[in-house]
Design a protein around this ligand. Sequence first.
Ligand code: 8DG
Ligand code: MG
Length: 140
Amino acid sequence: MSPAPEIGVAVFILNDNKILFGRRLSSSIGANTYALPGGHLEFGESFEECAAREVKEETGLDIKNVEVLTTTNNVLSDSVHLVAIYVRAQLSDPNQIPQNVEPDKCEGWDWYDLKNTPEPMFEPLKAMLQDGFNPFPTDS
Ligand code: 8DG
Ligand code: MG
């Protein structure tokens, strides 16, 4: 039987025209590449609940105004099929500082301009950003 696709929620945290990215560590999927905070959808969760939970678990940040933006569907190998729901959110308190709560999974978090995103980028995000995807509201 084939393995099931994984469902992830990834969060563009937008603050002061910047986006939070962190470099993935260890043997996880996409090791050494930069990605958004996020994680697997748990049974019964909404996308918004999953986004807030994963952001808190990984960065210590509290978010608000979670909005679904788009999805990706990537088959990375014979055994890895990722479906991701991308949301955007704002910090509940814009003065909060991200903490590296899971240092075994992430090198650390930092803010980047959309025009100067870090490399190498996690594959599912790379194509999106190369295509010109913009997570900011159109009036900002
Ligand atoms: P968990 O198992 O502790 O719940 O979650 P995690 O260990 O934090 O999961 P993850 O690998 O960070 O991400 C969940 C899934 O979402 C995984 O299949 C990879 C996929 N994914 C994308 N794009 C992105 C992204 O930009 N950031 C994150 N974190 N995951 C992403 O396809
Ligand atoms: Mg994660």
